[in-house]
Ligand binder design. Structure first.
Ligand SMILES: C[S@@+](CC[C@H](N)C(=O)[O-])C[C@H]1O[C@@H](n2cnc3c(N)ncnc32)[C@H](O)[C@@H]1O
Length: 281
């Protein structure tokens, strides 16, 4: 074991083995120059479980970790930054273009439902934003609306189900939505039960075929600000699994700073009001 002061250091070979283990399980790729990231994020786990070194922790992970231990690892290595109405131009396009188009097509093919999936939902701001937008559309009244929201981190899912937020999360919420769909208890904002009841939270790992395939016939997928943590191979895998569970001509939105160029040719990029959406072809 090597230590620097009170903290344990990670040997380079152990860093690479832990990094590869995380990659294999989640698609998240930690490059060589980010060893400090793993050291920081995992040192708390090491202390909690009384491991003397990262090496001991790695062998534990590899040979005897339970589902809960892996969940703790996923909690530690994921980055969960999010807020309501993030990248609002995408929600404008959802409201004014995608929803009318999708519902028209669904009616024409005899479907009376609408399925949207927030595929890396973190603490829930994204799926709840989608739910509020649907509630603001009276023309969807007779339609069965299903919003699935998933993440690999159990702790963010717990927080999402609780639906209680601070000032940072709600800073982009238009005032009329804030008044209608939140209860303000002195700077702590609880999302209304009506909004909550529209979202079904699940634990889905985006690179796990069996988990993703619990869903099917999805009309629109939001997979924003998560593929940036994957390498190309894992991106391709996740995008191809999303392709499979989308309905024909369904839509995929990634973050505004992300692109599927070089990741897939199975989607057609369409530009609507300067927002790129990907359509399953
Ligand atoms: C930065 S947040 C993005 C939240 C939201 N989509 C947004 O754009 O505001 C990224 C989320 O992806 C989740 N994540 C990372 N790897 C994942 C995987 N393999 N499967 C599912 N979710 C994953 C993380 O736990 C984290 O909550």
């Amino acid at each position: 074991m090597s230590t620097t002061g009170a903290s344990v250091t990670m040997q380079d070979n152990i860093f690479r083995q832990i990094r590869d283990f995380i990659y294999e399980k989640t698609g998240i790729y930690v490059p060589d120059n980010k060893k400090y990231f793993l050291e920081n994020r995992l040192s708390r786990l090491l202390k909690e479980r009384n491991f003397r070194s990262f090496e001991d922790y790695f062998y534990f992970l590899k040979y005897s970790a339970s589902k809960q231990d892996l969940a703790r690892l996923f909690d530690a290595v994921t980055t969960n930054e999010t807020f309501f109405f993030r990248e609002p131009q995408q929600f404008e396009v959802l409201s004014n273009h995608l929803l009318p188009q999708v519902t028209k097509e669904n009616y024409q093919s005899g479907r009376k439902d609408l399925k949207i999936w927030s595929a890396a939902c973190s603490t829930g701001e994204e799926p709840y934003t989608i739910a509020m937008i649907l509630l603001e559309k009276p023309e969807l009244m007779g339609m069965k609306k299903e919003i699935y929201a998933s993440d690999i981190s159990e702790s963010v899912l717990l927080s999402a189900k609780r639906g209680v937020y601070g000032a940072y999360s709600i800073r982009n919420v238009p005032p009329q939505y804030l008044a209608k769909y939140f209860k303000d208890s002195g700077g702590v904002y609880s999302i209304s039960d009506t909004v909550k009841s529209m979202v079904k939270f699940m634990n889905i790992n985006l690179v796990d075929e069996k988990e993703v395939k619990q869903l099917k016939g999805i009309d629109i997928v939001f997979c924003r600000n998560v593929l940036i943590y994957f390498d190309d191979k894992a991106k391709k895998r996740a995008v191809s699994l999303i392709y499979d569970i989308l309905r024909q001509k369904g839509y995929l939105l990634v973050g505004t700073s992300e692109s599927l160029h070089n990741v897939t040719r199975a989607f057609r990029p369409i530009v609507i009001n300067r927002v790129v959406v990907y359509q399953k072809v």
